[in-house]
Design a protein around this ligand. Structure first.
Ligand code: FES
Length: 572
Protein backbone atom coordinates (compact mmCIF):
# COMPACT_ATOMS: atom_id res chain seq x y z
CA UNK A 1 0.00 0.00 0.00
CA UNK A 2 1.15 3.47 -0.71
CA UNK A 3 2.16 6.14 1.71
CA UNK A 4 -0.84 7.75 3.43
CA UNK A 5 0.86 11.05 2.71
CA UNK A 6 0.86 10.47 -1.05
CA UNK A 7 -1.38 13.12 -2.53
CA UNK A 8 -3.33 10.73 -4.79
CA UNK A 9 -4.68 9.10 -1.61
CA UNK A 10 -6.80 12.22 -1.10
CA UNK A 11 -8.76 10.98 -4.13
CA UNK A 12 -8.36 7.22 -4.33
CA UNK A 13 -7.77 6.33 -0.68
CA UNK A 14 -11.31 7.16 0.46
CA UNK A 15 -14.15 4.75 1.15
CA UNK A 16 -16.88 7.40 1.16
CA UNK A 17 -19.11 8.77 -1.58
CA UNK A 18 -16.33 10.83 -3.12
CA UNK A 19 -13.91 7.89 -3.21
CA UNK A 20 -16.59 5.99 -5.13
CA UNK A 21 -16.82 8.86 -7.60
CA UNK A 22 -13.07 9.22 -8.09
CA UNK A 23 -12.57 5.51 -8.78
CA UNK A 24 -15.81 4.51 -10.46
CA UNK A 25 -15.62 6.95 -13.36
CA UNK A 26 -12.04 5.91 -14.13
CA UNK A 27 -13.14 2.27 -14.14
CA UNK A 28 -15.11 3.00 -17.30
CA UNK A 29 -11.90 2.08 -19.16
CA UNK A 30 -11.61 -1.30 -17.48
CA UNK A 31 -9.02 -0.24 -14.93
CA UNK A 32 -8.70 -2.95 -12.24
CA UNK A 33 -9.42 -2.05 -8.63
CA UNK A 34 -5.83 -2.81 -7.59
CA UNK A 35 -4.61 0.26 -9.48
CA UNK A 36 -6.15 2.35 -6.70
CA UNK A 37 -4.31 0.54 -3.90
CA UNK A 38 -1.93 3.36 -3.14
CA UNK A 39 0.66 2.83 -5.85
CA UNK A 40 2.16 6.05 -7.27
CA UNK A 41 -0.12 7.74 -9.78
CA UNK A 42 1.96 9.14 -12.62
CA UNK A 43 0.65 11.88 -14.87
CA UNK A 44 1.96 11.88 -18.42
CA UNK A 45 1.67 15.44 -19.68
CA UNK A 46 1.37 15.18 -23.45
CA UNK A 47 1.78 17.99 -25.97
CA UNK A 48 0.79 15.75 -28.89
CA UNK A 49 -0.96 17.65 -31.66
CA UNK A 50 -1.16 17.28 -35.40
CA UNK A 51 -0.84 21.06 -35.44
CA UNK A 52 2.55 20.71 -33.76
CA UNK A 53 4.39 18.59 -36.34
CA UNK A 54 7.46 18.28 -34.10
CA UNK A 55 5.36 16.55 -31.40
CA UNK A 56 3.10 14.45 -33.65
CA UNK A 57 4.81 11.18 -32.61
CA UNK A 58 4.14 11.70 -28.91
CA UNK A 59 1.39 9.09 -28.64
CA UNK A 60 4.07 6.43 -29.15
CA UNK A 61 6.31 8.05 -26.55
CA UNK A 62 3.44 8.22 -24.07
CA UNK A 63 2.78 4.49 -24.53
CA UNK A 64 6.44 3.79 -23.75
CA UNK A 65 6.26 5.90 -20.59
CA UNK A 66 3.13 4.01 -19.54
CA UNK A 67 4.85 0.64 -19.99
CA UNK A 68 7.71 1.86 -17.85
CA UNK A 69 5.35 3.09 -15.14
CA UNK A 70 3.50 -0.23 -15.10
CA UNK A 71 6.79 -2.15 -15.01
CA UNK A 72 7.70 -0.27 -11.84
CA UNK A 73 4.33 -0.73 -10.16
CA UNK A 74 2.87 2.71 -10.82
CA UNK A 75 -0.48 3.74 -12.29
CA UNK A 76 -0.08 5.98 -15.37
CA UNK A 77 -2.69 8.50 -16.47
CA UNK A 78 -2.01 10.50 -19.61
CA UNK A 79 -3.43 13.98 -20.04
CA UNK A 80 -3.25 16.58 -22.83
CA UNK A 81 -2.30 20.20 -22.52
CA UNK A 82 -2.35 22.92 -25.12
CA UNK A 83 0.39 22.36 -27.68
CA UNK A 84 2.44 25.06 -29.38
CA UNK A 85 3.51 24.46 -32.96
CA UNK A 86 6.28 26.91 -33.77
CA UNK A 87 5.73 26.80 -37.52
CA UNK A 88 1.98 27.17 -37.35
CA UNK A 89 0.81 29.33 -34.49
CA UNK A 90 0.03 33.02 -35.02
CA UNK A 91 0.96 35.64 -34.09
CA UNK A 92 3.79 33.70 -32.40
CA UNK A 93 3.97 30.56 -30.25
CA UNK A 94 5.83 32.55 -27.60
CA UNK A 95 2.65 34.51 -26.85
CA UNK A 96 1.17 31.30 -25.48
CA UNK A 97 4.14 29.86 -23.56
CA UNK A 98 2.86 31.32 -20.30
CA UNK A 99 -0.72 30.23 -21.03
CA UNK A 100 0.43 26.63 -21.49
CA UNK A 101 2.43 26.85 -18.29
CA UNK A 102 -0.82 27.75 -16.50
CA UNK A 103 -2.59 24.82 -18.18
CA UNK A 104 0.18 22.46 -17.04
CA UNK A 105 0.31 23.82 -13.50
CA UNK A 106 -3.41 23.59 -12.91
CA UNK A 107 -3.77 20.23 -14.68
CA UNK A 108 -1.19 18.70 -12.37
CA UNK A 109 -2.36 20.38 -9.19
CA UNK A 110 -6.04 19.71 -9.69
CA UNK A 111 -5.68 15.99 -10.37
CA UNK A 112 -4.67 12.91 -8.33
CA UNK A 113 -1.08 12.92 -9.55
CA UNK A 114 1.95 11.97 -7.45
CA UNK A 115 4.62 12.43 -10.09
CA UNK A 116 4.69 13.64 -13.67
CA UNK A 117 6.50 12.91 -16.91
CA UNK A 118 6.60 15.86 -19.30
CA UNK A 119 6.58 15.08 -23.04
CA UNK A 120 7.94 18.08 -24.88
CA UNK A 121 9.65 18.87 -28.15
CA UNK A 122 8.84 21.89 -30.28
CA UNK A 123 10.44 25.10 -29.00
CA UNK A 124 7.95 26.53 -26.53
CA UNK A 125 6.52 23.26 -25.27
CA UNK A 126 9.67 22.58 -23.25
CA UNK A 127 9.84 25.81 -21.22
CA UNK A 128 6.05 25.93 -20.86
CA UNK A 129 5.89 22.45 -19.33
CA UNK A 130 8.92 22.96 -17.12
CA UNK A 131 7.57 26.28 -15.83
CA UNK A 132 4.14 24.87 -15.04
CA UNK A 133 5.54 21.76 -13.36
CA UNK A 134 8.01 23.86 -11.36
CA UNK A 135 5.18 25.91 -9.89
CA UNK A 136 3.64 22.66 -8.60
CA UNK A 137 6.92 21.02 -7.59
CA UNK A 138 6.11 17.31 -7.71
CA UNK A 139 8.64 14.63 -8.68
CA UNK A 140 9.11 15.33 -12.40
CA UNK A 141 11.06 13.95 -15.36
CA UNK A 142 11.31 15.67 -18.72
CA UNK A 143 11.35 13.56 -21.88
CA UNK A 144 12.12 15.36 -25.10
CA UNK A 145 10.71 14.10 -28.38
CA UNK A 146 14.07 14.06 -30.14
CA UNK A 147 15.27 15.72 -33.34
CA UNK A 148 14.40 14.71 -36.88
CA UNK A 149 16.89 12.85 -39.06
CA UNK A 150 19.26 15.07 -41.04
CA UNK A 151 17.75 16.84 -44.03
CA UNK A 152 19.21 15.59 -47.32
CA UNK A 153 18.91 17.63 -50.52
CA UNK A 154 20.74 16.97 -53.78
CA UNK A 155 23.64 15.26 -52.07
CA UNK A 156 24.05 17.71 -49.20
CA UNK A 157 22.78 18.07 -45.66
CA UNK A 158 20.21 20.79 -45.06
CA UNK A 159 19.12 21.82 -41.61
CA UNK A 160 15.73 22.88 -40.27
CA UNK A 161 15.28 26.61 -40.26
CA UNK A 162 18.91 27.41 -41.05
CA UNK A 163 18.49 25.97 -44.55
CA UNK A 164 15.22 27.83 -44.98
CA UNK A 165 16.83 31.18 -44.13
CA UNK A 166 19.77 30.45 -46.45
CA UNK A 167 17.67 29.24 -49.39
CA UNK A 168 15.01 31.95 -49.11
CA UNK A 169 17.73 34.61 -49.22
CA UNK A 170 19.20 32.83 -52.26
CA UNK A 171 15.80 32.95 -53.97
CA UNK A 172 15.56 36.67 -53.24
CA UNK A 173 19.10 37.17 -54.53
CA UNK A 174 18.17 35.31 -57.72
CA UNK A 175 20.70 32.51 -57.23
CA UNK A 176 18.24 29.69 -56.43
CA UNK A 177 15.31 28.81 -58.72
CA UNK A 178 11.94 28.65 -56.97
CA UNK A 179 11.47 25.08 -58.29
CA UNK A 180 14.50 23.87 -56.33
CA UNK A 181 13.31 25.74 -53.27
CA UNK A 182 9.97 23.91 -53.49
CA UNK A 183 11.70 20.57 -54.00
CA UNK A 184 13.71 21.10 -50.80
CA UNK A 185 10.48 21.16 -48.78
CA UNK A 186 10.20 17.39 -49.02
CA UNK A 187 13.88 16.81 -48.38
CA UNK A 188 14.43 18.89 -45.27
CA UNK A 189 12.04 17.18 -42.85
CA UNK A 190 12.19 13.44 -43.47
CA UNK A 191 11.06 11.93 -40.18
CA UNK A 192 9.23 12.54 -36.95
CA UNK A 193 10.91 14.87 -34.51
CA UNK A 194 11.77 18.49 -33.93
CA UNK A 195 14.21 20.76 -35.79
CA UNK A 196 17.53 18.98 -36.19
CA UNK A 197 19.77 22.03 -36.07
CA UNK A 198 20.95 23.39 -32.72
CA UNK A 199 17.86 25.58 -32.74
CA UNK A 200 15.68 26.32 -29.77
CA UNK A 201 14.13 22.84 -29.52
CA UNK A 202 17.50 21.06 -29.53
CA UNK A 203 18.89 23.71 -27.21
CA UNK A 204 16.04 23.28 -24.74
CA UNK A 205 16.32 19.47 -24.93
CA UNK A 206 19.99 19.98 -24.06
CA UNK A 207 18.99 22.29 -21.21
CA UNK A 208 16.67 19.59 -19.87
CA UNK A 209 19.62 17.21 -19.77
CA UNK A 210 22.09 19.77 -18.42
CA UNK A 211 19.70 20.89 -15.69
CA UNK A 212 19.37 17.25 -14.61
CA UNK A 213 15.62 17.16 -15.31
CA UNK A 214 16.04 14.58 -18.11
CA UNK A 215 17.86 11.28 -18.27
CA UNK A 216 21.30 11.10 -19.90
CA UNK A 217 20.91 11.00 -23.69
CA UNK A 218 17.77 13.14 -23.66
CA UNK A 219 19.15 15.83 -25.95
CA UNK A 220 20.30 14.00 -29.04
CA UNK A 221 18.73 10.62 -29.78
CA UNK A 222 16.71 11.15 -32.97
CA UNK A 223 12.96 10.87 -32.56
CA UNK A 224 12.91 7.72 -34.69
CA UNK A 225 15.87 6.06 -32.95
CA UNK A 226 14.75 3.11 -30.82
CA UNK A 227 16.73 4.61 -27.95
CA UNK A 228 14.25 7.51 -27.85
CA UNK A 229 11.51 5.03 -27.02
CA UNK A 230 13.80 3.35 -24.52
CA UNK A 231 14.49 6.71 -22.87
CA UNK A 232 10.74 7.29 -22.50
CA UNK A 233 10.28 3.82 -21.05
CA UNK A 234 13.11 4.28 -18.56
CA UNK A 235 11.64 7.65 -17.55
CA UNK A 236 8.39 5.82 -16.82
CA UNK A 237 10.25 3.36 -14.61
CA UNK A 238 12.28 6.03 -12.87
CA UNK A 239 9.45 8.45 -12.04
CA UNK A 240 7.87 5.80 -9.82
CA UNK A 241 11.06 5.56 -7.78
CA UNK A 242 11.25 9.36 -7.61
CA UNK A 243 7.78 9.44 -6.07
CA UNK A 244 8.81 6.78 -3.56
CA UNK A 245 11.79 8.97 -2.59
CA UNK A 246 9.83 12.22 -2.87
CA UNK A 247 12.57 13.63 -5.11
CA UNK A 248 11.00 16.89 -6.26
CA UNK A 249 11.76 19.26 -9.09
CA UNK A 250 12.97 21.93 -6.67
CA UNK A 251 15.75 19.59 -5.53
CA UNK A 252 16.95 19.36 -9.14
CA UNK A 253 16.41 22.96 -10.29
CA UNK A 254 18.97 24.59 -8.04
CA UNK A 255 21.23 27.55 -8.68
CA UNK A 256 24.19 25.22 -9.55
CA UNK A 257 21.95 23.40 -12.05
CA UNK A 258 21.12 26.68 -13.80
CA UNK A 259 24.80 27.65 -13.85
CA UNK A 260 25.60 24.31 -15.46
CA UNK A 261 22.91 24.89 -18.05
CA UNK A 262 24.26 28.34 -18.94
CA UNK A 263 27.74 26.90 -19.44
CA UNK A 264 26.47 24.00 -21.48
CA UNK A 265 24.50 26.44 -23.63
CA UNK A 266 27.74 28.21 -24.48
CA UNK A 267 29.46 24.93 -25.33
CA UNK A 268 26.72 23.80 -27.70
CA UNK A 269 26.28 27.20 -29.40
CA UNK A 270 22.75 27.18 -28.04
CA UNK A 271 19.83 29.42 -28.87
CA UNK A 272 19.39 32.92 -27.46
CA UNK A 273 15.85 31.85 -26.60
CA UNK A 274 17.26 29.73 -23.78
CA UNK A 275 18.12 32.98 -22.00
CA UNK A 276 14.48 34.00 -21.71
CA UNK A 277 13.19 30.53 -20.92
CA UNK A 278 15.71 29.78 -18.17
CA UNK A 279 15.19 33.20 -16.57
CA UNK A 280 11.45 32.48 -16.46
CA UNK A 281 11.98 28.96 -15.12
CA UNK A 282 14.33 30.19 -12.41
CA UNK A 283 11.67 32.69 -11.39
CA UNK A 284 9.21 29.84 -10.86
CA UNK A 285 11.48 27.97 -8.45
CA UNK A 286 12.80 31.02 -6.64
CA UNK A 287 16.37 30.77 -7.92
CA UNK A 288 17.99 34.18 -8.27
CA UNK A 289 19.14 34.31 -11.87
CA UNK A 290 19.82 37.48 -13.84
CA UNK A 291 20.56 38.38 -17.42
CA UNK A 292 24.07 39.34 -16.32
CA UNK A 293 24.64 35.78 -15.10
CA UNK A 294 24.51 34.62 -18.71
CA UNK A 295 27.44 36.80 -19.64
CA UNK A 296 29.39 36.31 -16.43
CA UNK A 297 29.12 32.52 -16.46
CA UNK A 298 29.24 31.80 -20.15
CA UNK A 299 30.99 34.53 -22.16
CA UNK A 300 34.52 33.15 -21.94
CA UNK A 301 33.55 29.56 -22.62
CA UNK A 302 34.25 28.03 -26.00
CA UNK A 303 31.72 26.51 -28.34
CA UNK A 304 32.67 22.86 -28.70
CA UNK A 305 29.91 21.70 -31.01
CA UNK A 306 30.12 22.32 -34.75
CA UNK A 307 26.38 22.32 -35.43
CA UNK A 308 24.18 24.57 -37.56
CA UNK A 309 23.41 27.45 -37.25
CA UNK A 310 26.87 28.23 -35.79
CA UNK A 311 28.59 25.43 -37.72
CA UNK A 312 27.92 22.71 -40.26
CA UNK A 313 26.69 19.45 -38.69
CA UNK A 314 23.23 18.39 -37.49
CA UNK A 315 21.75 16.72 -34.42
CA UNK A 316 22.00 13.24 -35.91
CA UNK A 317 25.77 13.75 -36.24
CA UNK A 318 25.82 15.09 -32.69
CA UNK A 319 24.11 11.95 -31.42
CA UNK A 320 26.54 9.60 -33.16
CA UNK A 321 29.49 11.66 -31.86
CA UNK A 322 28.39 11.10 -28.28
CA UNK A 323 25.69 13.73 -27.72
CA UNK A 324 25.45 15.96 -24.70
CA UNK A 325 27.21 13.50 -22.32
CA UNK A 326 30.40 14.00 -24.37
CA UNK A 327 30.03 17.78 -24.10
CA UNK A 328 29.49 17.60 -20.35
CA UNK A 329 32.56 15.42 -19.97
CA UNK A 330 34.61 17.86 -22.06
CA UNK A 331 33.44 20.78 -19.90
CA UNK A 332 34.43 18.89 -16.77
CA UNK A 333 35.95 21.32 -14.31
CA UNK A 334 33.80 24.32 -15.23
CA UNK A 335 30.61 22.55 -14.15
CA UNK A 336 29.13 21.91 -10.73
CA UNK A 337 29.81 18.19 -10.81
CA UNK A 338 27.73 17.38 -7.77
CA UNK A 339 24.45 18.76 -9.14
CA UNK A 340 21.74 16.14 -8.59
CA UNK A 341 19.84 14.71 -11.55
CA UNK A 342 16.55 12.85 -11.82
CA UNK A 343 18.16 9.41 -11.92
CA UNK A 344 19.52 9.99 -8.43
CA UNK A 345 23.10 10.38 -9.59
CA UNK A 346 25.08 13.59 -9.96
CA UNK A 347 25.71 15.21 -13.32
CA UNK A 348 29.32 14.06 -13.17
CA UNK A 349 28.51 10.49 -12.18
CA UNK A 350 26.28 10.30 -15.23
CA UNK A 351 28.77 11.71 -17.70
CA UNK A 352 32.37 11.38 -16.50
CA UNK A 353 33.07 8.36 -18.73
CA UNK A 354 31.13 9.56 -21.78
CA UNK A 355 33.06 8.88 -25.00
CA UNK A 356 33.56 11.38 -27.81
CA UNK A 357 33.44 9.41 -31.05
CA UNK A 358 33.92 12.31 -33.43
CA UNK A 359 36.04 15.32 -32.41
CA UNK A 360 35.13 17.02 -35.69
CA UNK A 361 31.57 17.35 -34.38
CA UNK A 362 32.31 17.69 -30.66
CA UNK A 363 35.64 19.43 -30.32
CA UNK A 364 37.84 18.86 -27.27
CA UNK A 365 37.88 21.69 -24.73
CA UNK A 366 41.56 22.34 -25.49
CA UNK A 367 40.93 22.83 -29.23
CA UNK A 368 37.40 24.22 -29.42
CA UNK A 369 35.28 24.95 -32.45
CA UNK A 370 35.02 28.64 -31.48
CA UNK A 371 36.56 30.62 -28.62
CA UNK A 372 34.56 32.88 -26.26
CA UNK A 373 31.24 31.78 -27.70
CA UNK A 374 28.81 32.33 -24.83
CA UNK A 375 25.94 34.74 -25.18
CA UNK A 376 27.04 38.34 -24.65
CA UNK A 377 24.83 40.74 -22.70
CA UNK A 378 25.02 44.32 -23.91
CA UNK A 379 24.26 47.48 -21.95
CA UNK A 380 24.03 51.11 -22.98
CA UNK A 381 21.64 53.96 -23.44
CA UNK A 382 19.79 51.99 -26.12
CA UNK A 383 19.17 49.02 -23.81
CA UNK A 384 19.35 50.15 -20.16
CA UNK A 385 18.18 46.73 -18.91
CA UNK A 386 20.17 44.76 -21.42
CA UNK A 387 20.16 43.09 -24.81
CA UNK A 388 21.77 39.89 -26.06
CA UNK A 389 23.85 38.81 -29.03
CA UNK A 390 25.18 35.38 -29.96
CA UNK A 391 28.76 36.03 -31.12
CA UNK A 392 29.23 32.46 -32.39
CA UNK A 393 26.51 33.05 -35.01
CA UNK A 394 27.69 36.57 -35.94
CA UNK A 395 30.19 37.97 -38.45
CA UNK A 396 33.34 38.73 -36.41
CA UNK A 397 34.12 41.92 -38.34
CA UNK A 398 30.71 43.37 -37.45
CA UNK A 399 31.01 42.81 -33.70
CA UNK A 400 32.53 46.29 -33.48
CA UNK A 401 30.59 48.62 -35.74
CA UNK A 402 29.28 52.17 -35.99
CA UNK A 403 26.54 52.77 -38.49
CA UNK A 404 23.58 54.86 -39.56
CA UNK A 405 20.24 53.59 -38.31
CA UNK A 406 17.59 52.54 -40.80
CA UNK A 407 14.46 52.26 -38.68
CA UNK A 408 11.33 50.19 -39.16
CA UNK A 409 8.54 51.05 -36.73
CA UNK A 410 7.14 47.51 -36.85
CA UNK A 411 7.47 44.25 -38.76
CA UNK A 412 4.79 45.18 -41.30
CA UNK A 413 6.75 48.30 -42.23
CA UNK A 414 9.96 46.26 -42.42
CA UNK A 415 8.40 43.70 -44.78
CA UNK A 416 6.93 46.46 -46.93
CA UNK A 417 10.23 48.33 -47.31
CA UNK A 418 13.03 45.80 -47.22
CA UNK A 419 12.59 44.75 -50.86
CA UNK A 420 12.09 48.32 -52.07
CA UNK A 421 15.18 49.36 -54.01
CA UNK A 422 14.50 53.02 -53.20
CA UNK A 423 15.21 52.33 -49.51
CA UNK A 424 18.25 54.39 -48.57
CA UNK A 425 20.47 51.70 -47.10
CA UNK A 426 23.90 50.19 -47.62
CA UNK A 427 25.80 47.43 -45.86
CA UNK A 428 27.32 49.84 -43.31
CA UNK A 429 23.87 50.77 -41.98
CA UNK A 430 22.27 49.24 -38.90
CA UNK A 431 18.74 47.93 -39.34
CA UNK A 432 16.51 48.74 -36.35
CA UNK A 433 13.16 47.04 -35.82
CA UNK A 434 10.77 48.29 -33.12
CA UNK A 435 7.59 46.98 -31.50
CA UNK A 436 8.40 43.28 -31.65
CA UNK A 437 8.88 42.75 -27.91
CA UNK A 438 6.56 41.05 -25.40
CA UNK A 439 3.94 43.85 -25.47
CA UNK A 440 4.70 45.24 -28.89
CA UNK A 441 4.10 42.27 -31.20
CA UNK A 442 2.55 40.95 -28.86
CA UNK A 443 4.43 37.87 -27.73
CA UNK A 444 8.00 38.76 -28.70
CA UNK A 445 8.11 37.19 -32.14
CA UNK A 446 11.11 35.64 -33.88
CA UNK A 447 11.58 38.50 -36.31
CA UNK A 448 14.88 39.92 -35.02
CA UNK A 449 16.88 38.28 -37.80
CA UNK A 450 15.12 40.52 -40.30
CA UNK A 451 15.86 39.85 -43.97
CA UNK A 452 18.55 41.93 -45.59
CA UNK A 453 17.47 44.51 -48.20
CA UNK A 454 17.06 42.80 -51.55
CA UNK A 455 19.35 45.21 -53.38
CA UNK A 456 22.19 44.38 -50.95
CA UNK A 457 21.59 40.65 -51.27
CA UNK A 458 21.99 40.97 -55.03
CA UNK A 459 25.39 42.56 -54.39
CA UNK A 460 26.43 39.54 -52.35
CA UNK A 461 26.06 41.10 -48.90
CA UNK A 462 25.35 38.30 -46.39
CA UNK A 463 25.19 40.05 -43.02
CA UNK A 464 24.47 43.41 -41.43
CA UNK A 465 24.07 44.59 -37.85
CA UNK A 466 20.43 44.30 -36.88
CA UNK A 467 18.85 45.46 -33.60
CA UNK A 468 15.38 44.77 -32.24
CA UNK A 469 13.31 44.07 -29.15
CA UNK A 470 12.19 40.79 -30.69
CA UNK A 471 13.70 37.33 -30.62
CA UNK A 472 15.41 35.24 -33.26
CA UNK A 473 14.80 31.64 -34.20
CA UNK A 474 17.43 29.42 -32.65
CA UNK A 475 18.13 28.15 -36.15
CA UNK A 476 18.98 31.64 -37.41
CA UNK A 477 22.31 33.44 -37.58
CA UNK A 478 23.86 36.84 -38.20
CA UNK A 479 25.07 39.87 -36.26
CA UNK A 480 21.74 40.32 -34.57
CA UNK A 481 21.16 42.19 -31.31
CA UNK A 482 18.00 40.87 -29.66
CA UNK A 483 15.76 41.24 -26.60
CA UNK A 484 16.42 44.98 -26.24
CA UNK A 485 14.97 45.86 -22.87
CA UNK A 486 12.85 47.80 -22.09
CA UNK A 487 11.13 47.23 -25.41
CA UNK A 488 9.86 50.06 -27.62
CA UNK A 489 6.20 49.44 -26.78
CA UNK A 490 7.00 49.85 -23.08
CA UNK A 491 8.68 53.20 -23.70
CA UNK A 492 12.25 51.95 -23.88
CA UNK A 493 14.85 54.13 -25.64
CA UNK A 494 14.51 51.90 -28.72
CA UNK A 495 11.22 53.72 -29.32
CA UNK A 496 13.15 56.97 -29.76
CA UNK A 497 15.57 55.90 -32.50
CA UNK A 498 15.11 57.59 -35.87
CA UNK A 499 16.50 56.83 -39.28
CA UNK A 500 19.77 58.71 -39.64
CA UNK A 501 20.83 58.40 -35.98
CA UNK A 502 24.25 56.86 -35.43
CA UNK A 503 24.52 53.68 -33.35
CA UNK A 504 27.67 52.08 -31.92
CA UNK A 505 27.95 48.35 -31.25
CA UNK A 506 31.01 47.10 -29.40
CA UNK A 507 30.49 43.52 -28.29
CA UNK A 508 33.95 43.25 -26.70
CA UNK A 509 33.05 46.21 -24.48
CA UNK A 510 29.43 44.96 -24.13
CA UNK A 511 28.22 48.34 -25.35
CA UNK A 512 25.21 49.40 -27.41
CA UNK A 513 25.06 53.17 -27.71
CA UNK A 514 22.68 55.53 -29.46
CA UNK A 515 24.76 58.58 -30.37
CA UNK A 516 22.07 61.17 -29.73
CA UNK A 517 22.32 63.85 -27.05
CA UNK A 518 20.45 63.33 -23.76
CA UNK A 519 18.54 66.58 -24.37
CA UNK A 520 17.32 65.42 -27.77
CA UNK A 521 16.36 62.01 -26.37
CA UNK A 522 14.42 63.71 -23.57
CA UNK A 523 12.57 65.85 -26.11
CA UNK A 524 11.68 62.76 -28.17
CA UNK A 525 10.57 60.90 -25.03
CA UNK A 526 8.25 63.74 -24.09
CA UNK A 527 6.47 63.38 -27.44
CA UNK A 528 6.34 59.57 -27.37
CA UNK A 529 2.91 57.97 -27.06
CA UNK A 530 2.35 54.39 -25.96
CA UNK A 531 0.67 52.19 -28.58
CA UNK A 532 -2.84 50.94 -27.87
CA UNK A 533 -3.18 47.42 -26.46
CA UNK A 534 -3.34 44.86 -29.30
CA UNK A 535 -6.62 43.39 -28.01
CA UNK A 536 -9.34 44.59 -25.69
CA UNK A 537 -10.21 41.19 -24.25
CA UNK A 538 -9.15 37.59 -23.79
CA UNK A 539 -5.78 36.03 -23.08
CA UNK A 540 -3.89 38.50 -25.26
CA UNK A 541 -5.17 41.39 -23.14
CA UNK A 542 -4.23 39.53 -19.93
CA UNK A 543 -0.78 38.88 -21.38
CA UNK A 544 -0.34 42.51 -22.44
CA UNK A 545 -1.30 43.81 -19.01
CA UNK A 546 0.96 41.46 -17.05
CA UNK A 547 3.93 40.36 -19.15
CA UNK A 548 7.39 41.13 -17.80
CA UNK A 549 10.19 42.40 -19.98
CA UNK A 550 12.69 40.11 -21.68
CA UNK A 551 15.41 40.65 -19.08
CA UNK A 552 13.04 39.04 -16.54
CA UNK A 553 12.09 36.08 -18.75
CA UNK A 554 8.82 37.51 -20.15
CA UNK A 555 6.73 35.55 -17.67
CA UNK A 556 3.45 36.99 -16.44
CA UNK A 557 4.03 38.91 -13.23
CA UNK A 558 1.47 36.91 -11.24
CA UNK A 559 2.94 33.57 -12.34
CA UNK A 560 6.40 34.17 -10.89
CA UNK A 561 7.00 31.81 -7.99
CA UNK A 562 5.29 28.58 -7.04
CA UNK A 563 2.24 27.46 -5.11
CA UNK A 564 3.07 23.82 -4.48
CA UNK A 565 0.69 20.97 -5.18
CA UNK A 566 -1.77 21.34 -2.32
CA UNK A 567 -5.45 21.83 -3.15
CA UNK A 568 -7.38 23.44 -0.31
CA UNK A 569 -10.85 22.17 -1.18
CA UNK A 570 -12.64 19.04 -2.32
CA UNK A 571 -14.69 19.17 -5.51
CA UNK A 572 -17.97 17.74 -4.31
FE1 FES B 1 9.23 22.70 -33.94
FE2 FES B 1 11.52 23.86 -34.94
S1 FES B 1 9.47 24.09 -35.60
S2 FES B 1 11.25 22.58 -33.22
Amino acid sequence: MGSPLRRSRAWFGRLDRDGFIYRSWLKNRGIPDDQFDGRPVIGICNTFSELTPCNAHFRTLAEQVKIGVWESGGFPLEFPVMSLGETMLRPTAMLFRNLVSMDVEESIRGNPIDGVVLLMGCDKTTPALLMGAASCDLPTIGVSGGPMLSGKFRGSDIGSGTGVWQMSEAVRAGTLPIEEFREAESCMHRSAGHCMTMGTASTMASMVEALGVGLPGNAAYPAVDARRNLLARMAGRRIVAMVEKDLRLSQILTRPAFENAIRVNAAIGGSTNAVIHLLALAGRVGVELTLSDWDRLGHDLPCLVDLQPSGQYLMEDFCYAGGLPAVIRELGEVLHKDALTVNGQTLWENNRDAPNYNPAVIHPFATPFKENAGIAVLKGNLCPNGAVIKPSAATPALLTHRGRAVVFENSDEMHAQVNDDSLEVDETCILVLKNCGPKGYPGMAEVGNMPLPAKLLRRGITDMVRISDGRMSGTAYGTVVLHVSPEAAAGGPLALVRTGDMIELDVAERRLHLDVSPAELAARAARWQAPAPPMERGYTRLYYDHVLQADSGADLDFLVGHSGAAVPKDNH
